[in-house]
Write a protein that binds this ligand. Sequence first.
Ligand SMILES: Cc1cc2nc3c(=O)[nH]c(=O)nc-3n(C[C@H](O)[C@H](O)[C@H](O)COP(=O)(O)OP(=O)(O)OC[C@H]3O[C@@H](n4cnc5c(N)ncnc54)[C@H](O)[C@@H]3O)c2cc1C
Length: 365
Amino acid sequence: MSVFVTVLSLSSLATILAALVSLADYHLNDYGVCTININGGTRTVDVNGGSSILSSLAKHKIFIPSACGGKATCGLCKVTMVDTISPVLPTEEPYLTAKEIEGGVRLACQVKVKRDLEILIPGEFLTVSQYQAKVEKITKLTYDIKKFRLRLLDPAQMEFKAGQYVQVDSKLYGAVREEVSRAYSISSAPSDRKAIELVVRLVPGGICTTFLHEHVKVGDKLTLAGPFGEFYLREGADHLIFIAGGSGLAPIRPMILDILKRKLDKKMTFFFGAVSRKDLFYVDYFRDLEARYPNFTYIPALSGAKPEDEWDGEEGLITEVVARNISDPEGKQAYLCGSPGMIDAALGTLREIGIGAEHIYYDKF
Ligand SMILES: Cc1cc2nc3c(=O)[nH]c(=O)nc-3n(C[C@H](O)[C@H](O)[C@H](O)COP(=O)(O)OP(=O)(O)OC[C@H]3O[C@@H](n4cnc5c(N)ncnc54)[C@H](O)[C@@H]3O)c2cc1C
């Protein structure tokens, strides 16, 4: 017990010292105006030195994706430094591979701007905008999942690819004195550019999901940025396998709608895994699509069906259900979205079926 208390005290002390050093650095050192050169001069911005690359760029409306709001807990805000500036910090190490470190990749939330910098970022980040949106409708989908329909106000339209996500800013509420920015997949079809839908699962104690589920009302205004992400449809397959669980359905629905809308000659099979009937949503919606489109098959499955669920559909873990229904890897691509555990298990199943990693795309959350 005393060892535990000592370790806890030492790590708290280290955190406090790091915060003090950072605070002192910010107030005592004047780095003046520094220039950040982006993508070989495609854009250059002058910033006041001392803040992170992430927040310095955000002040210039250049939004690097970050699901944790700069706390080095999501690892999303990767940028490539053209020059070596300082050693990689222990806070960055868990999110960077040896190859990335060698290639100059850093987390934009951890690197402070202390002199002129040259960085490389995906070109699409330069086209990301910040939006003001109005909450138009809130729909309860399950006991812990709600759908939010947001009307875009300024700018009034967003172009995005099915599967991409936006970053939503929370506001202060109750005892929560922290504003955070979290990623949510756009769950509506890209053909509707004036409004977007988000499907959000309440994480107990979660800052942004509690804000959205319990404090946001119809008519409220929200700030968001986007679109972001590499999870979108690729060319080249004639049978697409979609696998999702829970709120992982969010980016899959627009992908299916996009293919149907564009009348692409592709077969689609959508596996949706849930524990019991109370975790299922959009069942009638996808059954209706299945009835109307012969190229679309919907396979919901329950892993813990109870007698009162009166379930006569597929049963078992979604990976077992996929393995029972798909055997031939030829001409197939797979798109997966759900919890890290579900995605890792599904990757194993798809590998056993013989679908190559180059034909598999996923978002884990
Ligand atoms: C690219 C991307 C797309 C995403 N799309 C969606 C989406 O469409 N719908 C959706 O609901 N979420 C989505 N997420 C997850 C979302 O960004 C948040 O992480 C999640 O909503 C929790 O935020 P929070 O502020 O409420 O919780 P936090 O305050 O960040 O976390 C509170 C606690 O819960 C834990 N926690 C955080 N996230 C989860 C989780 N998902 N499950 C269990 N525990 C968790 C944390 O470790 C922490 O201990 C996406 C994430 C990414 C990276």
